[in-house]
Write a protein that binds this ligand. Structure first.
Ligand code: FES
Length: 444
């Protein structure tokens, strides 16, 4: 950096290529004259300015390239555009070259206990969940048919605090990342407890936790995020859980009980053996009502009864399988519950998502306009252009990628937004939703 001169930070560009290839090709690229280099940075003379490129390896096949231009040019927007285009072209060239490299040696994915400090911790990235904590599996035990609980403890000190309804992203030994709700009560930050149901259609998430992860292993996890927050100003709170959907509601029920706020927890399961965390349910006392072995119609009848007689300042929280959630939301609407009193969290988005439209997005705060082609999501296009865009589930269920729409009509394909939020067209879930209008202006 030139002393006393303000630099301009260029947009970071993620490149799907190993560090050594990025180093080699970035040095050859006609940005300017190479004046210095070390293992992770290059310095080039670029006209009257100095351009420093910092290369940050994320893993064996991915590198982030960041740039600093010193001094910052007078027209910084034009410079940002120019360098964004140049670095994007460089990325494409490097990624093409990466496809010609020998494939990496096959990795044996069978998980072995990981020593303290060695759980994979991806560097800060502009894509995907931020995994930033290490946690030891202090206890793994069965809490219902096909449901295992995991007590995760911090390697030192305490975990970050959280609010009821929060979840963490767990980086699994097989390379996948999955979200699990915390079941903890208020003030429990010396450990997190999650419940994981073995999913017969599992793509490797629940199976890996059930079969491979053992007590003593170390996992990389994110700090808690909360897209399903609990309001404390309700005159009465109704919690409705289907199966493993009990997990975030346990945290809510423990909090409401500790604060002596009125609540009812209704849990629906196939049988008594499917009721997860029975000890906690027992300790919650008479406010907890279990319903087992009901047909779908009988389940709806019970829920209709629970939701009858809405009075202002009641709130209902629902978590469970998609069909049960949809039915419960409909019953709430029929019983005159306003949208803002009905809170829900889906496990996943089971709707078929259409990615076949094309449109443009304009980013109001950075004067950038980008094309979203068929087959790519808004999130992918943002990241392709080096723009930070957090996400978690990437299927329209968790709300982490929520963005504000200033202009245009979103084509909502998520299960996160409420009916009122959809109709207002002021929010969009960027990992799945698209645009009905040719152009969307986003507040970013
Ligand atoms: Fe979960 Fe988009 S990342 S809704």
């Amino acid at each position: 950096m030139l002393e006393g001169l303000e630099p301009l930070a260029l947009r970071p560009i993620p490149i799907a290529a190993p560090l050594h290839l990025v180093q080699k090709l970035a040095a050859d690229y006609p940005f300017g004259t190479l004046t210095n280099r070390d293992d992770t940075s290059l310095t080039l003379q670029y006209g009257q300015a100095k351009l420093q490129l910092f290369l940050q390896p994320v893993d064996a096949g991915k590198t982030i390239m960041r740039g600093l231009l010193t001094p910052a040019p007078v027209d910084s927007v034009a410079a940002l555009r120019h360098h964004n285009a140049t670095m994007t072209a460089l990325r494409d060239e490097i990624e093409l070259a990466a496809t010609r490299l020998d494939p990496p040696t096959a990795i044996n994915v069978k998980f072995a206990p990981v020593a303290k400090g060695l759980a994979r911790m991806p560097d800060i990235d502009n894509a995907g969940p931020k995994v930033e904590l290490r946690a030891k599996v202090a206890r793994k035990w069965q809490v219902a048919e096909q449901v295992m609980a995991f007590r995760l403890e911090a390697l030192s000190g305490q975990f970050p605090t959280f609010q009821p309804g929060a979840h963490i992203d767990v980086n699994l030994p097989n390379g996948m990342s999955r979200q699990y709700s915390l079941t903890n009560g208020p003030g429990e930050t010396d450990h997190y407890t999650i419940g994981v149901k073995r999913d017969i259609a599992s793509r490797g998430g629940s199976t890996c936790l059930h079969d491979d992860v053992q007590e003593g292993d170390v996992l990389a996890i994110s700090a808690p995020h909360n897209n399903f927050p609990l309001r404390r100003d309700a005159v009465k709170t109704i919690l409705i859980a289907g199966g493993i959907g009990i997990t975030p509601l346990l945290s809510m029920a423990k909090t409401l009980k500790a604060q002596e706020l009125p609540f009812e927890l209704h849990i629906f399961a196939q049988s008594k053996d499917d009721l997860a965390f029975p000890n906690i349910l027992h300790n919650l006392g008479a406010s907890t009502i279990s319903h087992t072995g009901l047909t779908p119609q009988a389940t709806c009848d019970v829920i209709a009864g629970v939701l009858a007689n809405y009075t202002p300042a009641q709130h209902v929280y629902i978590c469970g399988p998609g069909a049960m959630l949809e039915a419960t939301r409909e019953l709430a609407t029929k019983a005159a519950w306003p949208d803002e009193a009905v809170h829900f969290e889906y496990f996943k988005n089971t709707h078929e998502i259409a990615f076949n439209t094309t449109f443009e997005i304009a980013l109001s705060r950075s004067a950038l306009t980008l094309q979203v082609p068929a087959g790519k999501t808004i999130l992918q296009v943002l990241r392709d252009n080096g723009i930070e865009a957090p996400s978690s589930c990437e299927q329209g269920a968790c709300g982490t990628c929520l963005m504000t729409v200033i202009e245009g009509e979103p084509d909502h394909q998520d299960v996160y937004l409420s009916t009122t939020e959809r109709a207002a067209n002021q929010k969009i879930i960027a990992c799945v939703s698209r645009s009905k209008s040719n152009r969307l202006v986003l507040d970013m």
